[in-house]
Design a protein around this ligand. Sequence first.
Ligand code: 5GP
Length: 176
Amino acid sequence: MVPLKLSELISQDDLQTKVTEIGKKITEQFKGEELTAICVLKGSCLYFADLVRSIDLDIQCEFFGVSSYGASTHSSGEVKTTLDLTVPLEGKNVLLVEDIVDTGLTMNFLKKNIEARMPKKLVTTSLLFKPAALKTECYIDHVGFEIENRFVVGYGLDYQGFYRNLPYIAQSSDFN
Ligand code: 5GP
């Protein structure tokens, strides 16, 4: 593993507080209804695991694999499906859970892909959002934290497959 020079950006406590807050809002938004929550692999695995446990609804958990960075630290602009959903979404309330919106290309690809499956309602959340990196208009219903345009790892986000298990978000001074 190539070690990165990292500094903490968002603490474990701040992550938990924010995830609980977003979970409460989503619970209110879909009160009395069922929800299909989609974890976008692999980066949103930890956010998803904490978020679904903060939502007090009957939730069906599903997994959608996409890849846009490869082994690089910059988005390739090309989004590939690596694992498709296995359930129909027609007529369902869907929550799309992303780790980070950078250029916005992945989120827009996912929204288009899910809308085409005719859900009743689609709500999106991204733990992190880099407004300065956007290359296209991209609306997200629930954003955890807006951050600067720096490469970050931890809490599910990786560098070459590593650092996903850091319990906090760290920023790297090795790139940009
Ligand atoms: P976008 O399509 O918005 O450019 O990129 C979205 C995907 O790129 C995210 O789901 C994430 O996997 C990856 N990504 C974007 N920014 C970062 C970052 O700062 N750190 C890491 N580890 N991944 C990122």
